[in-house]
Write a protein that binds this ligand. Sequence first.
Ligand SMILES: Nc1ncnc2c1ncn2[C@@H]1O[C@H](COP(=O)(O)OP(=O)(O)OP(=O)(O)O)[C@@H](O)[C@H]1O
Ligand SMILES: [Mg+2]
Length: 283
Amino acid sequence: MENSISIRNITKAFGEKKVLDNISLKIGKGEIFGLLGPSGAGKTTLIKILTGQLKAENGTSIINGVDSQKLTGKDYSRFGIMMDNFGVYDRLSCFDNLKIFARVYDIGNDRINKALEAVGLSEAKKTAASNLSKGMKSRLRLARVFMIDPEILFLDEPTSGLDPATADEIQKMILAEKDKGKTIFLTTHTMREAEKLCNNIALLNEGKIVEYGSPKEICRRYNHQKKLKIHLTDGTEKEIPHDENSAEIISELIKSGRAETIHTTEPDLEMVFMELTGKELTA
Ligand SMILES: Nc1ncnc2c1ncn2[C@@H]1O[C@H](COP(=O)(O)OP(=O)(O)OP(=O)(O)O)[C@@H](O)[C@H]1O
Ligand SMILES: [Mg+2]
């Protein structure tokens, strides 16, 4: 598969503190990649390096075929960045907030309106950003990315702090971008989001990638127990080993009408992360 992002041996320290320690990753064209890790793991630092906002001490990162430390103006119109420090101007309306950036990218008003519509902010077009809710501000930041129509989207915790319904809507918008063939690099604290959106994830802990793969693959890899959980019609649960005897036990339970549902007991990403790091993923 063609790679949109190729990261080799990236290392970054702030003073004595090594924040990224020899990070290597490949992100395929058209995939949603999720960088997961607890607060302070180095997620935002990596995005800043990839988008040319920070210099790495060592290593290379190639974005769309261009070294991210050597990006020029025209490269910036090929990727969009959504992060907290890319602020929203409170005194300006939603439209005017986008207009400022539209000028830089030579984007016409029609595309601004289309982006506002895509994130559900058409009606708030003239509303000052100071009057927007947290969720609406996130939408506005996303509209700025959509407006550029970039090939790669860098989204730093796009649903952080949002209520579940708004988070869900934003996740749908992200999936719609993927359907258009875009490559998406996102960071998140929430494993549910990663499970829902990402083709591949990397778990970052103390500057190192401790696991990489599809969410399902990773969970399967840590399925040491190999058990089956059976919910019985009397409301109780039964756990049995997943081995050569399981078929017979299950067959009995089904024949006698006692089995309601049968599940494998794979760990979720949160459990895998706990096992690897001794820490919880969620902040
Ligand atoms: N400009 C800076 N100067 C000094 N230290 C920094 C700087 N930027 C980040 N750090 C430190 O680097 C580490 C990683 O920070 P980073 O913001 O990349 O983490 P993160 O994984 O994005 O965390 P969060 O989930 O809270 O956003 C932290 O210990 C942070 O304090
Ligand atoms: Mg961060």
